[in-house]
Design a protein around this ligand. Structure first.
Ligand code: QUE
Length: 348
């Protein structure tokens, strides 16, 4: 079975993710094929836009194939994950800088590296059934693929909440927080793709999209922005954890407090530090290039292999993190994670 189907429909180059048994998790082979397709379509005058979608209503894409990254570390070398991230982020950067309109049609699970693919497109169209998250703090990684850039479309406290806790967001909140561009009934995705394939100009892409837009379902968390700000706009990691614990009478507050206790302390700290202390990336490509350095550092630490073991391989959900708790995370330790001396950048 081919995990990526490439086709040309009218003026559109279409990529259909087709690995439903792994919720379309992105293997090196899939992202390399996607990169080759973009390189070909960039210079092909007959192609006026690109559409990215899934063959399955269960998932747009669950993320990077972190199982593959871990087997490279175990079988090749400590920096074996570098090959994985070179392929994945190389595609992400191509996508973010592609000169023709890219439309992602998103239904079902859209998480991690899959959220990246959807959001690095120019137009992210979502169905009412999406489950959207950046879940990497559960596996000792960090919200990558440019998340420190694109999550800022939402209020800052929401970006921190999503990145630190991996909270799953539905279509209503995704629209309310400007994380997606528009809602369209998934039953209309085929007709929308067909209509888009007839568009010859950027303007026609826009008007076609507008014609298929419909009201999203009600937001579930957006009315809790005040609570989210009270918790996540604290000036230290420990104060965020304490504020979440004080909010446990709220169902979301209880989930955030639990996530901050259970997920990887270094991953949570890394994202918080990146958002609070480092320069704001000016472009998605800049964010992806910084993420490459941090991914090389984070995947050379034991937490990544341990997190993938606990969540995806053994599925015992009992990871042993080191450091074990956020109370053990120091600013000096976090600053060390962002010392990129000696790491070769993401290749051109
Ligand atoms: C955090 C993640 C990922 C995850 C779970 C997390 C991730 C990812 C997958 C995944 C899911 C289903 C599959 C698969 C991978 O799960 O990035 O191969 O079949 O790809 O808690 O970052």
């Amino acid at each position: 079975m081919t995990h990526l189907i490439l086709s040309q429909d009218g003026h559109a180059g279409v990529m259909t993710l087709n690995r439903p048994e792994a919720l379309n998790a992105l293997s090196i082979e899939m992202v390399q094929k996607m990169s080759e397709a973009l390189d070909k379509w960039r210079d092909d005058e007959a192609i006026k836009l690109v559409i990215i979608r899934s063959s399955s209503e269960r998932a747009f894409c669950a993320g990077g194939d972190v199982r593959e990254a871990v087997s490279l570390i175990k079988e090749v070398s400590d920096d074996g994950a570098r090959a994985y991230f070179t392929a994945e982020y190389g595609f992400d950067r191509r996508l973010a800088t592609f000169p023709k309109p890219v439309v992602a049609l998103v239904d079902g699970v859209v998480m991690g590296g899959g959220f990246g693919v959807a959001r690095l497109a120019d137009f992210m169209v979502i169905s009412s059934q999406i489950k959207m998250a950046m879940p990497e703090t559960a596996i000792g990684l960090f919200p990558d693929v440019g998340a420190s850039y694109f999550l800022r479309r939402a209020p800052f406290a929401v970006a921190l909440m999503m990145g630190m806790t991996g909270t799953i967001v539905g279509a209503g909140d995704a629209c309310a927080w400007h994380l997606a561009d528009m809602h369209c009934n998934a039953d209309h995705f085929d007709a929308l793709a067909r209509a888009l394939s007839q568009a010859e100009t950027d303007e026609q892409v826009r008007t076609t999209l507008s014609a298929y837009e419909s009201a999203p379902p009600p937001a579930e968390m957006a009315h809790k922005l005040g609570l989210i700000e009270d918790i996540f706009n604290q000036d230290s990691l420990q104060n965020i954890c304490d504020a979440a614990r004080r909010a446990q009478d709220d169902s979301h507050g209880a989930n955030w407090a639990a996530a901050l206790e259970e997920r990887c302390p270094s991953s949570i700290g890394a994202f918080w530090y990146m958002m609070r202390h480092l320069d704001v990336p000016q472009t998605a490509a800049q964010a992806i290039e910084r993420d490459f350095f941090l991914a090389c550092k984070m995947t050379a630490r034991p937490d990544f292999v341990e997190g993938v073991r606990a969540v995806l391989l053994d599925k015992d959900n009992q990871p042993h993190w080191s450091p074990r708790a956020i109370s053990e995370i120091t600013d000096e330790g976090l600053a060390d994670l962002f010392d990129f001396a000696g790491i070769t950048p993401l290749p051109e």
